[in-house]
Design a protein around this ligand. Structure first.
Ligand code: NAD
Ligand code: AHE
Ligand code: ZN
Length: 369
């Protein structure tokens, strides 16, 4: 079939909206009509050329929601008409990782996913007979996309696509990092670095579990009101304080953060996030994605004296199990999504969504097909 898609032809280039060819689903795969997709900073990161797994041409996008319109042979868990959220972290429920309660990182299809192809090693997308790479196994910047059935979460049919698409990455990543990875307890003091589409969800997750202080750190003063809107109690602009940021945050939190979260992808901030964690027990969770070749560092004494450095991918969530529950949280009013969706765009306007993100003028832009 033909489908309209925003194609990334090369690093640093604008996406080009064009018609591409899409092969139907093969064994264990489903064809999904994508109804809406968010634009996450990770899409911009890969488009910039900083992703070691980035390959061009490709169809980016990993924060979608849509409807199953066809299924390949042997598909048993979903059927035509089901509403689904594509999962860049699948859940096969059979691999060594899925069987270990310590991780959400299903590895059933990770290697082919990272190579931009389906599990059989081929792409379903092509243009003029030449293959186009899939991205994160989802490619939601295409109106229609093919996914393995283990990479879709079936969701309730009354959930609005243009809102719950955000659960496909940002919402789950932020709230899940609080609930699943850090397991923040009521009364804890939390510091969040970067108040974008991820950091604000860390803030609302911290509010949901009853954190005490929720300190937001961002260079953009316009993020103060945004943070407060979702539960932030204190705002710090590192460019406007006297002295160094780490001792400032340690003093502000009365000894250090019980939990800190880096939601930018900046290795210097990752160090500051670790070092503002409380001596003896503070945990720092890296969520931000850093570019190829970048490394983190700190003095080992920071860990020797009881701080813990952790990372979180997709909020530690097991998609087929946890995503439908997060959709319920939204539908039941336990979490907010609508105010964070600052722009709704058509596919033809997708590059505007990237521009707004880089200008700090959006929280989440959502493309509606
Ligand atoms: P975003 O662009 O919406 O937000 C980034 C925020 O960081 C902005 O508010 C910006 O002002 C702030 N910022 C930038 N430089 C800063 C600095 N030096 N100090 C303080 N604040 C600074 O991005 P997003 O969509 O929220 O994504 C954030 C990061 O999380 C990205 O690296 C993205 O790739 C990553 N991410 C990771 C996962 C995961 O599963 N681990 C999932 C989604 C996104
Ligand atoms: N491809 C990059 C890593 C990118 C990365 O860390 N991705 C996160 C999700 S970001 C979503 O917005 C993730 O889930 N990682 C788990 C994994 O298996 O990559 C690189 O450095 O190669
Ligand atoms: Zn993302």
């Amino acid at each position: 079939m033909k489908t309209r898609a925003a194609v990334a032809f090369g690093a640093g280039q604008k996406l080009e909206v064009t018609e591409v060819d899409l092969d139907g689903p093969r064994a264990g795969e489903v064809l999904v009509e994508v109804k809406a997709t968010g634009i996450c900073h990770t899409d911009a990161f890969t488009l910039s050329g900083a992703d070691p797994e980035g390959a061009f041409p490709s169809i980016l996008g990993h924060e979608g929601a849509g409807v199953v319109v066809d299924v390949g042979p042997e598909v048993t868990s979903v059927k035509k008409g089901d509403h689904v959220i594509p999962l860049y972290t699948p859940e096969c429920r059979e691999c060594e990782y899925c069987l270990n309660p310590k991780t959400n990182l299903c590895q059933a299809i990770r290697s082919t996913q990272g190579q931009g192809v389906m599990p059989d090693g081929t792409s379903r997308f092509s243009l003029d007979g030449k293959p186009i790479n899939h991205f994160m196994g989802t490619s939601t910047f295409s109106n229609y996309t093919v996914l393995p059935e283990i990479a879709v979460a079936k969701i309730r049919e009354d959930a609005p696509f243009d809102k719950v698409c955000y659960i496909g990455c940002g919402v789950t990543t932020g709230i899940g990092a609080v609930v699943n990875t850090a397991k923040v307890e009521p009364g804890a003091n939390v510091v969040v670095f970067g108040l974008g589409g991820i950091g604000l969800n860390v803030i609302q997750g911290a509010r949901m579990v009853g954190a005490n202080m929720i300190v937001g750190v961002d260079l953009n003063n316009e993020k103060k009101a945004w943070g407060e809107r979702f539960g932030m109690t204190h705002f710090v602009n590192p460019g406007e304080i006297e002295g160094d940021l780490v001792p400032y945050l340690v003093e502000l939190t009365g000894g250090g953060a019980d939990y800190s979260f880096e939601c930018v992808g900046n290795v210097k901030l990752m160090r500051q996030a670790l070092e503002c964690a409380h001596k003896g027990w503070g945990q720092s969770i890296i969520i931000g994605v850093a570019g190829a070749g970048e490394e983190i560092s700190t003095r080992p004494v920071q860990l020797v004296t009881g701080r813990t450095w952790k990372g979180s991918a997709f909020g530690g969530a097991r998609g087929r199990t946890d995503v439908p529950r997060i959709v319920d949280w939204y539908m039941d009013g336990k979490i907010e999504i609508d105010p964070m969706i600052t722009q709704t765009l058509s596919l033809d306007e997708i590059n505007k969504g990237f521009d707004l993100m880089h200008e700090g003028k959006s929280i989440r832009s959502v493309v509606v097909y």
